[in-house]
Design a protein around this ligand. Structure first.
Ligand code: BT5
Length: 246
């Protein structure tokens, strides 16, 4: 099936759509390949975390891109998918989730979707980026993690294939932006506008320490700029907790 320049492969059950496309990338698959699954047995988040969803309750998809991105540019691929998903949700449900740094979509500070971008440089002549997203449609995530789903948050029971179609329509233009310097600047500006973390009081959780401050913007590398008692700190990798309502 081809949609908006993407070739879609559908699976009833798979381990992880990201893992599948990373394997396909290593065996030379072209950019634009999309994997969609009804159910994942080993859905992955960042840092060896799990992404969970009962069969049929979420959009679980990944896309293989052949844009030449470095590690420090991966946030642009994350942005392309996250912004497209937010726009697709707005079209389908009348409410645009916000982006929470670094890779979540949230509604009222509850996580409705998560994005995982991974780079494969095993063939330096043909770099590959795989970006996966899980969007909760009718199940709000495991207990205790602060999740929600589009049904609970908006009252709309959107069909999986409708949101997929809208997401790919949105994504086509944003993938094109990745190819040029000016396009990337456009994407970064959109990312900063939609990033609800900016302006918030946050707790930053790093591998070895935590601190609090106010998120004041994004660096060109997509790092979160946080003003704390020790001055302005660029947070490259980590998690943030939104503290007080905006
Ligand atoms: C993410 O990681 O949020 C990235 C999730 C990417 C999932 C997609 S599904 C299609 C593709 N194939 C894959 O294998 N992965 C991608 P992170 O920021 O590390 O958040 C993971 C954490 O979110 C977990 O440790 C849980 O606390 C929480 N979580 C797990 N499932 C959730 C859900 N359905 N809704 C909300 N939170 C969830």
């Amino acid at each position: 099936m081809t949609h908006h320049g993407f070739a879609i492969e559908h699976f009833d059950v798979i381990d992880s759509t990201n893992t599948y496309l990373l394997d396909k990338a290593r065996s030379g698959a072209s950019g634009g390949l999309v994997a969609v699954a009804d159910h994942q047995t080993a859905g992955r988040g960042r840092l060896d975390r799990r992404w969970e969803a009962p069969a049929g309750a979420a959009l679980l998809m990944s896309v293989l891109l052949r844009e030449a991105l470095d590690h420090d540019e991966l946030h642009l691929a994350t942005a392309a998918v996250a912004l497209s998903a937010a726009a697709a949700a707005e079209q389908a449900c009348g409410l645009a989730p916000g982006l929470k740094w670094p890779n979540d979509l949230v509604i009222d500070d509850l996580k409705v979707a998560g994005v995982l971008a991974e780079l494969d440089l095993s063939n330096p002549a043909a770099p590959a980026v795989v970006v996966g997203i899980g969007i909760n449609l009718t199940w709000p995530g495991p207990p205790g993690v602060g999740g929600t789903c589009l049904l609970d948050a908006t009252g709309v029971a959107v069909a999986r294939d409708e949101i997929l179609e809208r997401l790919l329509e949105q994504l086509e233009g944003r993938v094109a932006l990745l190819a040029s310097e000016s396009g990337r600047a456009t994407l970064l500006a959109e990312l900063e506008r939609q990033m609800v973390t900016v302006g918030r009081q946050v707790r930053v959780v790093l591998a070895d320490r935590e601190f609090e401050g106010r998120a004041i913007g994004l660096s060109p590398e997509g790092h979160l700029r946080v003003e704390s008692g020790d001055g302005v700190i660029d947070v490259q990798a980590g998690d943030v907790v939104h503290l007080r309502p905006a």
